[in-house]
Design a protein around this ligand. Structure first.
Ligand code: SF4
Ligand code: SF4
Length: 441
């Protein structure tokens, strides 16, 4: 395989890693990331919370005003300030829409980090979100046990015990995959050899939630890669990448998690580190920025980030063998925000789906809009999350697909809930699952 082109964050925007006040830097406010905003408002109609709530303070421009005002000491850490920052999905649709190059994702992370440092007790993610962030995500054994129990209990939670649950807990139970799986990383071999002549060697990030709830997607990913001449390394142990912590302003924890991942995967002899979870991929590609102020890790973080690829990005560049089997279905592809806005990847997953005989890709309005999942947003802000989801499901229902495809675990869970709420019968799958079916992998 030839040399990789540099991955990472958008090359056409000012370098967030070069920000004099990047997250993690001592005394940094991150406020220089807000300075390119010219207040034009072109981002407003792309913002899901502005569309839902109609308030300037819940728009990107309004949030930028608030962040600047707070950093410059013109307002304090008021309850309203916290609320408007917290309601942002960090979907980064505003970043794509912005003509002025505002790196909103990095700005929001740094503003939330200042907020969390100054008032950790006042900036919380709801009881279930806190349970995940504090106790489960970074402890693989506990996470596995918790989700295994939840999947086993799913019929009970959706049946006799339903009345005992809060609306958020009911939604969460409805999202869980219906069949009990297991952790892929526990049963995986260290290396899966290419089925034919080897064209590349890749490492697979197994992640945290992806590993325990979507082990079938990891199996499918390995199958498609092997069918196309890749040796696949599955290193153990692997830790959570820290994306959810970074989005929630827990910068210190996020940086510690990033260092761990770099220690585990950074020195592997491989052409690329592949990720099939868009949120994790976008975050891994930002490690250079995240650890820019860490003398011991800055260079390693940049080198590691440059090797990270979303699995669709990697496969589309590989010139795939045509899959032999057909999947006769109308497929609606929904863009994960952190693939589209975080990694500028929208063409590749669609190209891969078009490779499959029998697949008819159906367009629907606002496929590029957030589904309301946004990590743990569904748990922390259930009402608004569902309002945003229902808008998307109305568009999808009108397109009448047989299958909804999306490449991120949060989106898969949320869209599954959306299908149930809308009374639809479509399957909700990762694109790689359909490819694996077409390869018989
Ligand atoms: S990140 Fe998404 S929710 Fe937040 S301000 Fe930008 S468009 Fe709105
Ligand atoms: S589009 Fe960019 S420059 Fe215009 S208001 Fe939004 S963030 Fe500011």
């Amino acid at each position: 395989m030839g040399p990789l082109t540099p991955g990472g964050e958008r090359a056409d925007l000012p370098d967030a890693a070069a920000s004099t006040t990047a997250p993690g830097e001592a005394n940094g406010s991150g406020i220089d990331l807000a300075l390119p905003c010219i207040h034009c408002g072109l981002c407003l109609d792309h913002c899901p919370t502005y569309r839902a709530l109609g308030r300037e303070t819940d728009s990107p421009r309004g949030r930028i005003y608030l962040i600047r005002a707070q950093a410059e000491g013109r307002i304090g850490l008021t309850d309203n300030y916290i609320k408007h920052l917290d309601l942002c999905l960090n979907c980064r649709a505003c970043e794509t829409a912005c003509p002025s190059g505002v790196r909103f994702g990095a700005l929001m992370e740094s503003a939330r980090e200042r907020l969390y440092r100054a008032a950790p007790q006042r900036y919380q993610q709801g009881s279930q979100g806190e349970l995940l962030l504090r106790h489960l995500i970074a402890r693989p054994a506990l996470l596995r046990a918790a989700f295994a129990l939840l999947r086993w209990a799913r019929p009970l939670l959706l049946g006799p015990a339903r009345a005992l649950l809060s609306p958020e807990q009911r939604n969460f139970a409805a999202m869980l995959p219906p069949t009990a799986g297991g952790s892929f990383s526990l049963r995986a071999k260290p290396v899966y050899r290419a089925r034919h002549e080897r064209r590349a060697t890749v490492a697979l990030l197994t992640g945290c939630v992806m590993d325990v709830l979507f082990d079938d997607v990891h199996e499918a990913t390995v199958g498609v890669l092997r069918a196309n001449g890749c040796d696949v390394l599955v290193p153990r142990p692997q830790s959570c990448c820290g994306a959810l912590h970074a989005h929630a302003g827990r910068g210190e924890e996020a940086r510690a998690m990033a260092r761990r991942v770099i220690d585990q995967l950074g020195e592997l002899a491989c052409d690329a580190v592949l990720v099939n979870a868009a949120g994790c991929g976008a975050h891994l590609k930002s490690y250079g920025r995240l650890l820019a102020a860490d003398a011991a890790y800055a260079e390693r973080a940049r080198a590691f980030a440059a090797k990270v690829r979303d699995v669709s990005e990697f496969l589309a560049a590989l010139e795939l063998k045509r899959p032999p089997k057909a999947v006769a279905a109308r497929v609606a592809y929904d863009d994960p925000c952190h693939l589209l806005h975080g990694q500028q990847i929208s063409r590749q997953p669609r190209e891969l789906l078009r490779l499959i005989q029998g697949v008819e890709l159906v367009d629907f309005p606002e496929a590029d809009a957030c589904c309301g999942s946004a990590g743990i947003y569904t748990l922390a802000h259930a009402d608004l999350s569902l309002q945003i989801l229902d808008r998307k499901m109305a568009h999808i229902a009108a397109a009448a697909p047989d299958i909804i495809a999306s490449g991120n675990p949060g989106c898969l869970l949320q869209l599954r809930l959306g299908v149930a709420r809308a009374g639809l019968t479509c399957r909700v799958v990762h694109p790689i699952t359909l490819l694996a079916e077409a390869y018989g992998a």
